[in-house]
Design a protein around this ligand. Structure first.
Ligand code: PLP
Length: 385
C-alpha cells in the first residue's frame, strides 16, 4: 500500500521499491546467512543451499534449463550489463575480432555510457533512434545490422524490454525477428519487467541474455542476476577466486540472492495485472488536458508508469510541490551540482528542451489497487490545482 511508507505516497517504483513483506519477515527472523558459500562446513553449506534453491527457483519460474543458460548473480543490473557487454568486447578483442554494438538512444545510462570503453577495445557503436512514442523501426535496424555483418563483424544488441523513463514496452517478438534476420547476439535489459507487464515471467529462449535487478521488485539492494546462454563466449571483467564458474568472482551475497526468491514469490502471489491497469488509468485521467502523457498513443505501454510533460512548469518546481504534499515522484530531468539537465530520453524522442525540463514520472507499486488510486488521485489534484 502506497501511503503506508513513512506516511507518504511513494510513487517512484521505477527508481526502487521497498522490501517485499516476505523479505522483511525473513530478515526479522534474524537468520542472515553469513556463511561463505564456498566453505565446506555446515554454516557455509547452508548459504550454498539457499543460493542453489534460488537458482532452481529462477530456472523453474522463467522456464529455462541449466543445459542452455547459466545464472550469474551480481550486484545489480549496472554490473550485469557492464559485465555482459564488456565481457563480449574483451573476448573479441583477445581473439582480434570486432563487434558492432547496437544500443538505443533511450537505453539506461549503464548501457549508453559503455560507448567509450567499447570503442577503446576497437569496436563500433551505433545508436538507433526512437520516435515520439518510444518505438523504433526494426526494418531499419535489421538493415543497419546486416550492413555491419557484411564486414565480418559480430553484431551485439541491447534490447530494453521496458523503458524505465517512459514505460514503453518493446515486445520480445520484435527482438526475436531481429535476431533471426541478423544472427546478432541479443541482450535484454529486463530490469523494469517484473510486476510491470502482464505475464512478465514469459521470456523467449531464442534471445541470448536477460538482466534483472532485485531492488526493482522488493528484494535487497545491490543484488541482481543475468541469464546467459551457455554458448555465448565472454571474458569476465571481475576475476579472482573463480566463483560462479569464473564468470563473476567474489563471495556470493547469499542473503541478497535468497531475497530474490522471496520477493518474486510475493510478486507471483499478489500481482494483479488488470487491477493495476485500472488503477493506473484512473490516475492517468487526471493528466488529460494538463500535460502531454508520453506514449499515450503507443500500443505497448507497461502497467505502472506515467510520464507527463507539464508544459511551462519546471519539473524541479513541480517535484518540490509534490514533495510538500507528501508524494514522492521522480522528475524526468537529472540534476547534478545544482544544474538542472534536460531529460536525455525525452530529447532523443524529439521533445524540445523546455518540454524535457518539465517532465514528471509517476511509477506505481505492482500491487496498486483502484481504491488506493482514488486516494492518490485526490492528492495529485490538490498539487495540480
Ligand atoms: N536498466 C534499467 C532499464 C534500469 O531502470 C536500471 C535502474 O534504474 C538499470 C538498468 C540499472 O539497475 P541497477 O540499479 O540495478 O544498477
Amino acid at each position: 500500500m502506497e501511503k503506508s511508507i513513512n506516511s507518504r505516497y511513494y510513487l517512484d517504483y521505477n527508481a526502487t521499491s521497498p522490501l517485499a513483506k516476505s523479505v522483511k519477515h525473513f530478515l526479522a527472523s534474524g537468520d542472515f546467512l553469513f556463511g561463505n558459500p564456498a566453505s565446506v562446513h555446515s554454516t557455509g553449506k547452508k548459504s550454498k543451499k539457499y543460493i542453489n534453491e534460488t537458482s532452481d527457483f529462477l530456472y523453474n519460474l522463467f522456464q529455462i534449463a541449466p543445459e542452455n543458460f547459466s545464472i550469474i548473480f551480481h550486484s545489480g543490473a549496472t554490473e550485469g550489463i557492464n559485465s555482459f557487454f564488456k565481457g563480449i568486447a574483451l573476448h573479441h578483442f583477445k581473439h582480434k575480432k570486432k563487434c558492432a554494438f547496437f544500443f538505443s538512444t533511450v537505453d539506461h545510462s549503464s548501457v549508453v555510457n559503455l560507448e567509450e570503453d567499447l570503442k577503446v577495445l576497437g569496436h563500433d557503436i551505433y545508436f538507433f533512434q526512437v520516435d515520439k512514442n518510444g518505438d523504433f523501426s526494426e526494418e531499419q535496424l535489421i538493415k543497419d545490422i546486416l550492413k555491419s555483418s557484411e564486414a565480418g563483424v559480430q553484431p551485439v544488441i541491447n534490447y530494453t524490454y521496458v523503458n524505465n523513463e517512459t514505460g514503453i514496452v518493446w515486445p520480445l517478438e520484435k527482438a526475436k525477428k531481429i535476431k533471426s534476420m541478423t544472427n546478432a547476439i541479443v541482450h535484454v535489459d529486463a530490469v523494469q519487467v517484473v510486476g510491470k507487464i502482464p505475464h512478465w515471467e514469459n521470456i523467449s529462449l531464442d534471445l541470448d541474455a536477460y538482466t534483472f535487478s532485485g531492488h526493482k521488485f522488493g528484494a535487497l539492494k545491490s543484488v541482481g542476476f543475468t541469464f546467459l546462454r551457455n554458448s555465448i563466449a565472454l571474458s569476465p571483467w571481475i576475476v579472482g577466486g573463480g566463483q560462479q564458474g569464473g564468470f563473476r568472482s567474489g563471495t556470493e551475497n547469499a542473503l541478497g540472492i535468497y531475497s530474490l526468491k522471496l520477493a518474486l514469490l510475493d510478486m507471483i502471489d499478489n500481482f494483479k495485472a488488470v487491477e493495476l491497469q485500472n488503477a493506473k488509468e484512473l490516475i492517468e485521467n487526471i493528466f488529460i488536458n494538463k500535460g502531454i502523457i508520453i506514449g499515450k498513443n503507443s500500443q505497448n505501454r507497461n502497467l505502472n508508469t506515467i510520464l507527463v510533460v507539464f508544459n511551462q512548469t519546471y519539473s524541479s518546481d513541480l517535484n518540490t510541490r509534490f514533495d510538500l504534499h507528501g508524494i514522492d515522484v521522480s522528475k524526468g530531468s537529472a540534476c547534478s551540482s545544482g544544474i538542472v539537465k534536460e531529460n536525455r530520453v525525452l530529447l532523443t524522442m524529439g521533445f524540445s528542451k523546455e518540454e524535457s525540463l518539465s517532465a514528471i514520472r509517476f511509477s506505481f507499486s505492482s500491487f496498486l489497487t483502484v481504491e488506493e488510486a482514488q486516494k492518490i488521485s485526490l492528492q495529485i489534484q490538490k498539487v495540480l490545482n
